[in-house]
Ligand binder design. Sequence first.
Ligand code: WQD
Length: 382
Amino acid sequence: MIFFEILFIVFVICIFLFFIKFFLSFWGVFLILTQNQYILNMKKILVTGGTGFIGSHTTVELIQKGYEVVIVDNLSNSNINVIDNIEKITNKRPIFGKVDVADKNQLFNFLDNHKDIESIIHFAASKAVGESVEKPLKYYSNNINGVINILEAMKHFGIKNMVFSSSCTVYGQPEQLPVTENSPIQPATSPYGNTKQINEEIIRDFVAANPDFHCIALRYFNPIGSHPSSLIGELPIGVPANLIPYITQTAAGIRECLSVFGNDYDTPDGTPIRDYIDIIDLANAHIAAINRMEDNKQKKNLEFFNIGTGNGLTVLQLINTFEEATGVKLNYKIVGRRAGDIEKIWADASFANSELGWKAVVPLKQTLLNAWNWQKRCANIE
Ligand code: WQD
């Protein structure tokens, strides 16, 4: 009798285990199916200049939000290793093509193999203000041809949406602060700034003639910081022209002393005021812009948004915050004004906040710490 009872219990356990196994197999198949479904639904985005500072951080955020990213970059101001590091952060490798967007044949040949792209984020451009004064034709050639080719590609390949990388430089020295998107566009103070203004006009004329196409131009203020992983960041070639890389390189001992360009401006401590925006916040503004176009929420088929924090900081305030955030004392001296610098500018970002549903959230100290950690990694400092 007891033998039959044991046999029965073993039988029941076997049936139970069988059902568990059956359920797990079913669950496995379900997961595979839903994952494939997810892959099938991934939207493909072309990121031009995707190995650069803003492009690489935006690529990471796009991948993490489920987009498939195709990068084109001519690597004139960036390194191919950035692709490896994007993969390390996201566990996904973006498709990469070494393409100069200013060369229409190169761009079209590449896009012939990627016909399912739905949107473009166009970063690829030359961006050094000082160099643009010395080599204006390089800037007009790269930045104007780049935009024309991208717009022609949109038409040819039926790509409906574009986010364009614009700049607060279009406002020059504004008479009223903070600047809104309706503040007057002032004559550019450099060929670089002029290319951004001309680019905006070219896009305006293009969408007027082709109302099926959509564009959002994001006017960035001063992008700074680095990915918190320290795997990607800003990599200026040679002596940095911008403030943050100069600060971090001075802190790392690569530069002896930071020169603060002028303390006789009409600001609380005499040094110029800027609106410093974290690179991850900036990257996320692009995703908000892409979502707005995908969801058909645009009110006009070309819209402009100020992408800043809404807070202005003087150079000395920024240096103090850097010292507080990192605990590193910075060697700096006050020197004369830098030619072409404007006195003060910061954003009214309320239009982006309400319409894009986007807001800068990363605290400045965290941004500066990230920039410092990136610099330490680049310079092998513990
Ligand atoms: C910031 C402040 C300098 C270096 C950049 C781009 C511009 C636009 C906005 C995108 C200024 C001071 C700097 C140094 C210093 N963005 N400074 N010592 O000039 O606001 O412009 O961002 O298109 O195109 O170039 O940025 O970082 O050069 O300067 O005192 O060694 O830091 O005078 O007040 P800028 P920046």
